[in-house]
Design a protein around this ligand. Structure first.
Ligand code: SAH
Length: 391
């Protein structure tokens, strides 16, 4: 197959030749007329040197490269890509006798911007964040079937809410293979009910697995507050680790219901779920806590909202810090890609000053290996956190 040809402006090949997969519209010198959103393209430098193969989008990121070697983008291409992602996770033993939920494919970190696949004990949730990936759906589905083999129970397409706005109308979420059934997964031996059809994102926050495990080390006999709890990931670990009491707070009532269900599934009872806004909850000071977890949704989704996001993180963290008992712990996170590590850590410092508390940084936290960060694409590092000892 011949792909549409793109020629870059002089010098604009440097970044993709260093394996950065994004090409901005301003870097393009020449493109063929009639090139449509999602169409496959081959990119060449002004000197006619091959740079990469990718797909086109009308927007500031005009091309997302999915290959740096000249190749056919077919079923076999996707099989090799997915198999590489799967083997990497297998070698790292991310799936094991204790854990059967993980991210199978993480966009640029696995070499295809716009593609997210989460694995829930045999059920795969497919989420495309771009039209170019959506157009490759058939090939990707065949590849998933081949890679997962007989363990595969279903594939659910949840792209309707993540595709660019102009496509969301034409697309419906639904099963591409298999059908709806109750899905229960194991994460570090804790069980969770997953509702990827009605739940937020792909149904579960797979990226906090290791941080939840670390939290468990500090929860025995403690009063624990888990805010933005969603389906109760941190709450379940805290409960199982012998916390005296766990409070979970989430503004979504359905999230709290699922959280309560998960607490029950794990046979733990000293728990209360509050369907409330975290800011209000902290203001009301319903309790004093030894350990507080703050894992809010991304406060900034774009550069324009960065400033307000920082103000939000500062306010939230200052409120929580004021509420923590002496010698308590704060687990605080940000999943806003545009708020980088340094900015987040400086914001937490400002919050500690405002709260008038002396703190020590016990450790820095990040996303796990099934959300790989590649050095050529630092933008992929989105989850950062820290554990603070609060005097
Ligand atoms: N910590 C969770 C993931 C958090 S996702 C886990 O480990 O699974 C963010 C959650 O914050 C969502 O469930 C969303 O419903 C909730 N949320 C958003 N704004 C909120 C607010 N102002 N107060 C409380 N919860 C909020």
């Amino acid at each position: 197959m011949t792909y549409s040809r793109i020629t870059l402006n002089k010098g604009k090949e440097t970044s993709p030749l260093r394996f950065h997969p994004w090409i901005f519209s301003g870097a393009i010198a020449k493109k063929e007329p009639g090139l449509e959103e999602g169409g496959l393209v081959e990119v060449f430098s002004s000197q006619n040197q091959y740079v990469g193969t990718g797909y086109y989008a009308n927007g500031s990121i005009a091309i997302r490269l999915i290959s740096f070697t000249q190749t056919e983008i077919d079923e076999n291409f996707w099989y090799e890509k997915l198999n590489k992602a799967y083997s990497y996770r297998k070698q790292l033993k991310i799936m094991n006798e204790k854990t059967n939920v993980y991210r199978l494919f993480f966009g640029e970190g696995d070499g295809a911007s716009g593609l997210i696949l989460d694995y829930y004990n045999g059920h795969v949730v497919f989420q495309s964040h771009s039209w170019g990936i959506y157009l490759q759906k058939e090939n990707i589905i065949s590849a998933i079937k081949k890679v997962i083999g007989t363990d595969l129970k279903s594939i659910y397409d949840k792209s309707a809410e993540t595709l660019p706005k102009q496509f969301t109308e034409q697309v419906k979420n639904g099963f591409l293979f298999g059908e709806e059934e109750e899905v229960i997964v194991k994460e570090n031996s804790h069980v969770f009910k997953i509702d990827f059809i009605r739940g937020q994102k792909t149904g579960f926050f797979v990226d906090q697995r290791e941080n939840r495990l670390l939290l468990a080390d500090f929860c025995k006999d403690k009063m624990v507050l888990n805010t933005f709890s969603y389906t109760g990931g941190f709450s379940v670990y805290a409960g199982a680790a012998g916390a005296k009491t766990v409070h979970s707070v989430d503004v979504s009532k359905t999230a709290i219901e699922l959280c309560n269900k998960n607490i029950e599934l794990n046979g733990f009872s000293n728990h209360a779920g509050y369907a409330e806004d975290t800011f209000d909850f902290l203001k009301d000071k319903k309790g004093v806590y030894d350990v507080i977890i703050l894992d809010p949704p991304a406060f900034a989704k774009s550069r324009d909202s960065k400033h307000n996001a920082v103000i939000g993180y500062k306010r939230l963290n200052a409120m929580a810090l004021k509420l923590i008992k002496p010698n308590g712990l704060l687990f605080t996170f940000s999943c806003s890609g545009v708020v980088d590590k340094n900015l987040f850590f400086n914001t937490i410092t400002a919050a500690a000053i405002e709260a008038g508390r002396n703190v020590k940084v016990l450790t820095y936290l990040h996303q796990p290996a099934d959300h790989p960060v590649i050095p050529y694409f630092p933008e992929g590092e989105y989850l950062k956190g820290m554990v603070l000892w609060v005097e």
